[in-house]
Design a binder for this molecule. Sequence first.
Ligand SMILES: NC(=O)c1ccc[n+]([C@@H]2O[C@H](COP(=O)([O-])OP(=O)(O)OC[C@H]3O[C@@H](n4cnc5c(N)ncnc54)[C@H](O)[C@@H]3O)[C@@H](O)[C@H]2O)c1
Ligand SMILES: O=C(O)C(=O)C[C@]1(C(=O)O)C=C[C@@H](O)C=C1
Length: 362
Amino acid sequence: MPDVDRRPVALVGPVRIVGAGLLGASIGLALRARGIDVQLEDLDPANLRTASGLGAGVPVTGSEPEPQLVVVAVPPDHLARVIEGALEAHPQAFVTDVGSVKSGPLATVAEHADVARYCGSHPMAGTQHTGPLTASATLFEGRPWAVTPHATTSPVATQVVTELAELTGAMPLAFGPDEHDLAVARTSHVPHLMAALVAGRLADAPEGHLALSGPGVRDVTRVAGTDPGMWLQIVPANASAILALLGQIRADLDRLESAIESGDRDALRGVLANGVAGTRAIPGKHGGPVRPTSSVFVHVPDQPGNLARLFADVDAVGVNVEDVRIDHDPARAGGQVELVVDETRVEELASSLDARGWAVHQ
Ligand SMILES: NC(=O)c1ccc[n+]([C@@H]2O[C@H](COP(=O)([O-])OP(=O)(O)OC[C@H]3O[C@@H](n4cnc5c(N)ncnc54)[C@H](O)[C@@H]3O)[C@@H](O)[C@H]2O)c1
Ligand SMILES: O=C(O)C(=O)C[C@]1(C(=O)O)C=C[C@@H](O)C=C1
C-alpha cells in the first residue's frame, strides 16, 4: 500500500471533476491510481465517454454521494461561472480550479458568500494537445503545482488542495493569486508568445529553407503548435503582466539589433550570456538544481522492434534517460533518437551503445 494511505489524509474523496479534458482526465487518472473515487462532469458527451473509458472516473448520474472536493478544469473563460456553480451545487465541498490565470476568476468569485471554501490552484504541466485522449496519470509527476489561497480561503481548503497536488505526484507551491499571475506571465505566457512569433516566421518560409530544420528550431517552437483556443483566453486574462514583460523584451530587441548592426561583440556576448544565465536559473524537475545534461544521438534503422531493442540496451547500461526525442534522420532511412542523460554518464552511454552495434554520435 502506498505511504500516502498510511498517514492522516485530508483528501479522501469523492472528488468531482468538472471538465474532463486533458487536465481533468489526467487528474482523474492520478487520483484513481491512489484509490480515490472520481466523479466526472463535462458538457461534451464524447470527452466524458473518452475520459471515463480511460479510467479517469465515473460520469455523474445524480445519485452519487456528495463530493469532498470539486476540481474545475474548464477553459479559462468559463472558470468563474463554473466555480460559482460548484460552490452553490455542493454546499459542503471544497472547490478548486486548475486555470492558468488566477486573479480574474477570483475577482468574480470573491463576491460569493461561500468563497472561503474556494482555493485556486494551477498545475504547471501540460502538453500541446487538448482533450482527454492524451491524458496521463503521470502528467504532474515532479512538476510544480501552484496553490493560490485568497485572503479569506479557509486553511482546511488550502490543505485539501495542497494534498490534491501531492497525490498527483506534483510539488505544491503556495502563491498569492496576483503574484502567481506575474510569475506565469514570465515562465509560461510570454515564452508561449515568443515561440509563436519565432514559429510564425517559418509559416511562409521557402521549402528549401525549412528542409534545414534541426533540433534547435523544434525545441524553441514546440509549444507554438498548441491549439490557439486556450491561449486566446489565457493571454487577455493576464494582459497587464504580459504587456510589462513584452515592453522589456522590446528594449532587449532594440539593444540586440544595435549590437549586431554596429558589430559590438561585447554587447552581443552580454545578450547570449544572459540567455545562458536564464536557462540555468530554471529549477530542475522536483524543484532541485538543474543537473547538466548532454545528448547521445543514435541512428535507428526503420525496422520494427529497433526502438525497443535500443531502450533495452540503454537499460542494460544502467543510465537514466532524462529526456528523449525522435526525429526523422535526414541522412538515412530511419530515425535519429536523441537520448538526453546526465552529463557525467554521456561518454559511458555512447561507448556502450557503440560496442552493442549502434551508430552513435554526440
Ligand atoms: N493544457 C495545459 O497545458 C494546461 C495546463 C495547466 C492548466 N490548464 C488549464 O486547465 C483548464 C483546462 O485545460 P485543458 O487543457 O484540460 O482543456 P481541454 O480543452 O482539454 O478540456 C476542457 C474540458 O472542459 C469541458 N468544458 C468546457 N466548458 C464546460 C462547462 N461549462 N462545464 C463542464 N465542462 C466544460 C470541455 O468540453 C473539455 O472537455 C484551462 O482553464 C487551462 O487554462 C491547462
Ligand atoms: O508543456 C506544455 O506544452 C505547456 O505549455 C504547459 C504549460 C506551460 O507553459 O508550462 C502551459 C500552460 C499551462 O497553464 C501550464 C503549463
